[in-house]
Write a protein that binds this ligand. Sequence first.
Ligand code: ADP
Ligand code: 5GP
Length: 205
Amino acid sequence: MEKKGAILIISGPSGCGKSTLLKNVYKDISDYYFSISTTTREPRLGEKDGVDYFYVSREMFEEDIKNGYFLEWAEVHGNYYGTSLKPIKKALSKGKLVIFDIDVQGHEIVRKKLNDLVTSVFITTPTLDELEQRLYERNTDSKEVISKRLDNARQEIKSFQKYDYFIVNDDLKKASKELIAIANIARVKSKLHEKEVIIKNWLNF
Ligand code: ADP
Ligand code: 5GP
């Protein structure tokens, strides 16, 4: 794969505020591409196909797995979620900062495949109680679904040290500033892998 752009992976328990934070910081990040995942979960009220996710059946998703369409995929809370390879390749070749909102399993896979392009950040609420409150206040999921997400959160939090950075999304303004700083550094860091080009240009000048 041609390596020109950079990847920023954002993970954290469902309901911690990843989407809210991202919407808040997009205006301050230049030349990014948000990776729209494919999922088998039902769209929430207000979500749009092709904007928030591509919504497909389990059969279609399994077909795509067989055909090798995914850079990574995982089963989270009983649904499939995956990142299609093609648009990512295209965005990277254009030098974009590709932003992924994926779970801890997806993070491990992308790290293994594209380690030198990746910067990652784990986002969470100050406490599990606060997470529960946000999930109820968001009012998009049933009690059973929320309970599943909280169970998953108890496991996911254990992986936070595998990430480069950690943000506690308590004060939205403060957390947004931290995320912008991390997005900027992700680009700078990815320049490290252009070793041959950098040396060649440096010697010629
Ligand atoms: P995620 O994308 O991680 O699942 P959302 O962005 O949907 O989470 O946020 C979950 C809920 O928490 C939403 O109702 C959102 O308005 C709220 N929220 C997000 N950030 C904060 C914050 N810093 N303080 C209080 N509530 C927040
Ligand atoms: P939600 O259903 O709340 O939108 O997302 C549930 C979880 O799935 C979140 O932790 C989110 O980061 C994760 N997720 C979303 N898209 C992908 C994906 O393409 N791959 C993986 N591995 N996880 C994803």
